[in-house]
Design a protein around this ligand. Structure first.
Ligand code: PHE
Ligand code: ZN
Length: 880
């Protein structure tokens, strides 16, 4: 299957197509065996191009059944076709003309889940990035914008619901049990936003009236019997629509907005114009089957896809190198939405936590790449944390640098100037330069230079003068991008003994200060604050104002005080987490050398104190007492990591915390929980998070699973039930009672795919070496399905990315097992296999023995002749 000619796509080779596609008329005849497709393209040569140039259309694995120019059927040599390309010659030199292409597909045999495929009984499409070419031959690239009209024909019994982009135009009966529907999308769009869904689906409907009075029919389609579970998604959709009007002045632009929940889906969801297609995980919820984390995920993803309507669809990307233009910006927008809907500090902590867990390791390992890359072999492999999450951080920095008002002006200009365009990252930045009256050429380096910069801070206090020294350093990484000094916005505060922000005037210094932001634009700078009566506590990088690694050798007592009283809640969390992280890092290194390191009682007491700090909202207290995970600790150790030592160090710290904090934790845990029915609101979520976070230290302190069993038995929602069951499976795995709890859970939810995914995951992630054998047993379970991406991720991903100890087992069994599963999965679904393979990205940070075992597993993969281009690309870059 390896269609790899080793070809690298380069940004500098970009040039527009010779032909424009003005309009696409599609007919789909869906059948149980094959599907026939006719695509009539209205084309025109672009002015100034070679009038004799052939039209070369992209295809992928296609079967051609006919080609027409106008009404004339063509035969070779007027065209030649391979499964991957259709070339047409002797086309009109000027004016519009029509080419019709007929193809035949087998959607049921499409296990890649790209193009047209069947999920359960449902026909659905996925076209981003290059899936449309698996439906018909096309100029399948984002800068070719056309209007679409789509006619779908199918058996009414198999597919009573027929959907595509835009507005419904016509529908009717065809006799013989067949029927049809016609959809018209008046907004020119790139092919990657095309979508079609047909099947027997239930629907939840609602309506939304936009600010200017457009009445929009909303519908969420689900598998039969499940539409009630779409209620929260519908609520999130309406809130997203309102928020985008209020915050960015963006209204919806069609009469109808459809969402479909699909159970076989490679990613989270897809923003197809007027017809978003979702992994059902991000639509279907109720308290009995979904956790609070699932609710947050649904809200975020629903908002994200909706926001794409402006940032992605109305303004799309010129080429795939510009992916961050739509993704980084849209993630920024969904983060802001969640921050406004819930607690901003809790949301920011969660985002930074995710950034450090996903993007930092990517940026510091072999898969490192700039936010705006300049080359790729397989675009599917660039839907990364760097493009999405770091991309969002760059937009956030622009907002920090410009301030809220000028940022909004820049966004307004971007929407006004580029509506209907396929734009570039440079176009985007130019709008902020113009609206903000600022030169962003240095800032643009953030898009081009890969790697996480280190920001080193030093402080000196003498005679009422505080001197802050700032220094930036960008190690040259694997991506080989430059190391020029960047523009780093450093939000800061000077905090008094009593916990108030001091107002101090900076004297002349090397960096510019604007309000509470220091603009570091040089390799190093000093800032002096004068006339300070007392030595202030220095709080830097508030709100994580730049995606950097902070090195600040601040006195421990200052950090402990900041953890208690920094007026900025995010910084309080960071002060404490950094202290804990440093201890765990040092303790892991000590253990690997056969020594031990004591957990400073003052840090332990600070964690315990935060658990009952009534000034903090419960969600924040839960975040303060959560220990960094093993992978996070490994990242802090950085090199020569011994995962067993990391595990033991973390266990030891947990035990110390549990014993010392037991009385406090029990007191907080026993405080009466709020009464009343389940609610997914932020306050209720926070209370559950805190209680569930306390279960772990309390169970460790007592050495007994009784509390978790009681919580499991008493739980009236999935959040509490899963928290208790996970604790039992991870810490009391060998007990018969744990097995009964797992079995009871399984029996209760056997027919509920999304819950059964959780059941698989919690077993694959048990932090014990034997989890490898357990995972092997799980893939033999009757409900395991390799072809279903959620299920494959639950077990293979659970072990590879959610179980550091087992994946990095000393004998290499974890690496070998994952490599074997990747080979099997790659035959069905290269995109999902490649994504799971990124679990190997940190292999060089482990101790030498594990490094060589991981390398062996990677090499055995690389040596296979039948690897997909997706998987080969990841494996080869990881080894490079
Ligand atoms: N564009 C989708 C999103 O960010 C993600 C996606 C990419 C989905 C590729 C499918 C395929 O919302
Ligand atoms: Zn997106």
């Amino acid at each position: 299957m390896r269609n790899d000619d080793g070809q690298v796509i380069r940004l500098e080779d970009y040039r527009p197509t010779d032909f424009a596609v003005h309009h696409v008329d599609l007919v789909f005849r869906l059948g149980s065996e094959t599907t026939e497709i006719e695509a009539r393209l209205t084309l025109e040569r672009r002015a100034g191009t070679d009038p004799a140039a052939p039209l070369v259309l992209d295809g992928d694995d296609l079967t051609l059944t006919g080609v027409w120019l106008g009404d004339e059927a063509l035969a070779p040599p007027r065209f030649d076709a391979t499964p991957d390309r259709l070339t047409l010659r002797e086309l009109p030199a000027a004016g519009r003309f029509q080419v019709t292409i007929a193809t035949r597909l087998d959607p049921a045999g499409n296990t890649q889940l790209m193009g047209l495929y069947r999920s359960g009984g449902v026909w659905c499409t996925q076209c981003e990035a290059e899936g449309f070419r698996r439906i018909t031959y096309f100029l399948d690239r984002p800068d070719v914008l056309a209007t679409y009209r789509v006619r779908v024909e199918a058996d009414r019994a198999a597919a009573p619901v027929l959907l595509s982009n835009g507005n419904p135009q016509d529908a009717g009966d065809l006799g013989g049990g067949r029927h049809f529907a016609v959809w018209d999308d008046p907004h020119p769009k790139p092919s990657y936003l095309f979508a079609l869904v047909a099947g027997d689906l239930d629907v939840l409907t609602d309506r939304f009236v936009t600010a200017s009075g457009r009445d929009v029919a909303l519908a969420i389609y689900t598998e039969t019997g499940l539409s009630a579970r779409a209620a929260y998604a519908m609520d999130a959709l309406k809130r997203s629509m309102r928020w985008d009007e209020a915050r960015f002045g963006r209204e919806y632009d069609l009469d109808i907005f459809n969402i479909v929940a699909i159970s076989d889906f490679n990613m989270g969801a897809m923003e197809n114009k007027g017809l978003n297609v979702f992994n059902h995980k991000y639509v279907l919820l109720d308290p009995d089957t979904a956790t609070d984390g699932d609710y947050a995920g649904v809200e975020t993803v629903i908002a994200h896809e909706y926001f794409h309507n402006w940032t992605g669809n109305r303004i799309t990307c010129r080429d795939w190198f510009q992916l961050c233009l739509k993704e980084g910006l849209t993630v920024y927008r969904d983060q802001e939405f969640s921050a406004d809907e819930r607690s901003a500090a809790v949301k920011r902590i969660a985002s930074v936590h995710g950034l450090k867990a996903q993007q930092f390791p990517e940026d510091q390992g072999p898969l490192q790449h700039p936010v705006r890359p300049t080359r790729y072999r397989e675009i599917n492999n660039f839907y990364t944390a760097t493009v999405y999450e770091k991309g969002a951080e760059l937009v956030r920095m622009i907002a920090t640098i410009l301030g809220a008002e000028r940022f909004r002006a820049g966004m307004d200009l971007y929407f006004a100037r580029h509506d209907g365009d396929a734009a570039t990252m440079e176009d985007f930045l130019a709008c902020f330069e113009e609206a903000g009256g600022i030169d962003l050429s240095q800032f643009a380096l953030w898009y081009h230079q890969a790697g996480t910069p280190t920001l080193t801070v030093r402080e000196r206090f003498e005679d009422g003068r505080l001197t802050l020294g700032l220094e930036q350093d960008l190690q040259r990484g694997a991506a080989g991008t430059g190391t020029q000094p960047m523009h780093i916005p450093v939000r800061f505060g000077l905090v008094s003994e009593g916990g108030a922000d001091l107002v101090a005037e900076p004297a002349a210094g090397g960096a510019e200060i604007d309000g509470d932001v220091i603009h570091l634009t040089t390799p190093s700078a000093e800032i002096v604050f004068e006339g300070l009566a007392e030595r202030p506590l220095v709080s830097v990088l508030r709100g994580f104002s730049a995606p950097v690694t902070l090195r600040f050798e601040q006195r421990q007592e200052d950090r402990l005080r900041l953890a208690r009283l920094d007026p900025d809640a995010f910084s309080r969390w960071r002060a404490l987490t950094d202290l804990v992280g440093e201890h765990l890092r040092n303790a892991s290194i000590a253990r690997a050398a056969g020594e031990s390191a004591a957990f400073d009682a003052r840090i332990v007491d600070a964690i315990i104190a935060s658990a009952e700090d009534e000034r903090l909202e419960p969600a924040l207290r839960a975040q303060m007492i959560a220990m960094p995970g093993e992978a996070e600790i490994a990242r802090l150790v950085g090199q020569n990591v011994d995962p067993e030592a990391v595990h033991e160090a973390r266990e030891a710290a947990l035990t110390t915390l549990a014993r010392r904090g037991e009385a406090t934790f029990a007191r907080v845990h026993e405080a009466p929980a709020a009464t009343g029915p389940f609610s997914p609101d932020a306050a209720a979520v926070g209370r559950r998070a805190l209680r569930n976070a306390l279960l772990l230290p309390l169970s460790i302190a007592s050495g007994s699973p009784d509390l978790a069993h009681a919580a499991f038995a008493a739980s009236d929602n999935m959040t509490d039930r899963l928290a208790a069951l996970t604790l039992l499976a991870h810490r009391f795995a060998t007990e018969a009672r744990t097995r009964s709890a797992l079995d009871a859970f399984f029996e209760r939810y056997e027919r509920d795919a999304l819950v059964i995914d959780k059941w698989f995951t919690l077993q694959a992630t048990a932090p014990v070496p034997e989890a490898v054998e357990a995972a092997e047993r799980l893939i033999g379970h009757p409900l395991f399905q390799l072809a279903n991406p959620n299920r494959a991720r639950a077990v293979i991903g659970g072990l590879a990315t959610g179980n550091q100890r087992a994946f990095n087992r000393a004998d290499g069994a974890g690496y070998r097992w994952v490599a074997d599963q990747l080979v099997a999965l790659d035959r069905l679904n290269p995109q999902t296999a490649a994504r799971l393979a990124t679990a190997f990205r940190s292999w060089r940070s482990f101790e030498p023995r594990r490094q060589s075992l991981a390398m062996e597993a990677l090499r055995s993969l690389a040596a296979r002749p039948d690897l997909s281009r997706d998987l080969a690309d990841i494996v080869e870059r990881t080894l490079a």
